[in-house]
Ligand binder design. Structure first.
Ligand code: SF4
Ligand code: SF4
Length: 389
């Protein structure tokens, strides 16, 4: 039997390991170029040659060639006034090129490649484990811990599923451009959602799995909560998530300001980047995770919202075989969110399902599977008894 003291101790120990480990590992992975300040003002006069524009603004030949359409060395001696590009257009193009160059140079590409390869391997393994019903209470927490250590503590805060959407919107707001590698990452993440129901959030996201692990620390050996848990109605959590997404997007697109950055919880894996506001906010989210399932995912995460929309067309997902189902309700009781309640009753709006497998494990007749195909509706009145209990 776990008591409250033990749960609190495990919680503190986990966070100490995560923060201390991430602090050390983020130092080891630091890219050669940490940050390139975006260019605020570009100097261009009609009388300048392209070469002079490059020299005054510290632009390399590659940028000059692509901005001014230069084909050979002679082009650098051409006067700006003769190139036929309006000054504002040229300045904007230079800023975009510099921003993309900064994105490129500040990334640790080796780490990013390793992370994507490991993501695919881990998700494939989890896919087979979940389908064969081998994700159970005795190993689920260990798997989450492994994912947090591997994709968070060791491989860091970036990339993460959330950043693919958040940073794309912020960059577009600032420079009206998109960073191709990030767009490709986003497409891969969304493809994973379409293939297997938010699997990247379930078993790959470093912060999502940390919240899941914390939530599951708060239970005894039989799976009963030690501290009281709360299921927030999906209409409430999703409305907050939609409003937050709209506010974030409007501010990012109109004022090029990233409101998530100061509170970005993924920075727990790069703790040196936190300010005081971030520390307070993330501490709040992590403590809340003991009582509410994945609060950041349900209330704030932009990828959580977009992933939830894409979940609707997922190929593999949690399904119920109503011929085997005896309407005992154990699955919805074991589900950490409101997802199983809606799935079981064949509702049109299904809250986020994080493919944790708790419902599969709890079903006494093996009526629940993680399988491909369309969900069927339950026979009329099947759950009347359960609803009237
Ligand atoms: S919804 Fe949760 S699991 Fe998914 S990207 Fe956001 S933080 Fe990660
Ligand atoms: S329905 Fe609930 S219990 Fe089942 S996999 Fe989804 S989140 Fe987990």
């Amino acid at each position: 039997m776990k008591n409250r003291f033990l749960v609190s101790l495990l919680f503190v120990l986990l966070l100490a390991v995560v923060v201390a480990g991430s602090f050390v590992s983020s130092k080891l992975w630091t890219p050669k170029v940490k940050k390139i300040e975006p260019v605020k003002s570009i100097v261009i006069n009609d009388s300048m040659t392209i070469g002079q524009i490059g020299a005054v603004n510290h632009l390399n030949k590659k940028i000059l060639k692509s901005v001014f359409g230069i084909k050979d060395e002679k082009g650098f001696k051409e006067k700006f006034v003769n190139v036929g590009i309006p000054k504002e257009v040229a300045i904007n193009r230079i800023k975009v090129k510099m921003a993309l160059m900064a994105e490129n140079k500040t990334k640790n590409w080796t780490k990013i490649k390793i992370k994507f390869i490991l993501w695919i391997l881990v998700l494939l393994t989890m896919f087979f484990l979940l389908r064969s019903g081998r994700v159970r209470r005795n190993n689920r927490k260990l798997i989450y811990l492994g994912v947090v250590i591997l994709f968070g503590v060791i491989l860091g805060s970036e990339p993460g599923p959330m950043g693919t959407i958040k940073d794309s919107i912020v960059l577009f707001g600032e420079y009206k451009t998109l960073f191709l590698p990030r767009l490709i990452s986003l497409l891969i993440m969304l493809l994973l959602v379409v293939l297997a129901n938010k699997f990247i959030c379930s078993w790959g996201c470093q912060f999502g799995t940390l919240q899941d692990l914390i939530f599951r620390l708060n239970e005894d050996n039989k799976g009963k909560p030690v501290f009281k848990r709360f299921k927030v109605p999906f209409a409430v959590s999703n409305s907050i998530r939609v409003i937050f997404f709209i506010i974030f997007t409007v501010i990012a697109l109109n004022w090029a300001f990233d409101i998530i950055s100061p509170i970005n919880p993924f920075k727990i894996f790069s703790p040196a980047l936190f300010g005081i506001v971030g520390i307070v906010f993330v501490a709040f989210i992590l403590v809340l995770s003991l009582f509410v399932y994945r609060p950041w995912c349900h209330f704030f995460c932009p990828f959580g919202l977009i992933g939830w929309l894409f979940e609707k067309i997922s190929i593999f997902k949690i399904k119920v075989n109503y011929d085997k189902c005896i309407a005992c309700g154990l699955c919805e009781k074991s589900c950490p969110s409101n997802a199983m309640k809606a799935i079981l009753r064949g509702k049109k709006i299904i809250p986020d399902c994080f493919s944790c497998g708790s419902c599969i494990e709890s079903c006494p007749t093996k009526a629940i599977t993680f399988s491909a195909g369309i969900r069927k509706s339950p026979p009329k009145g099947k759950f009347d008894k359960l609803d009237n209990r």
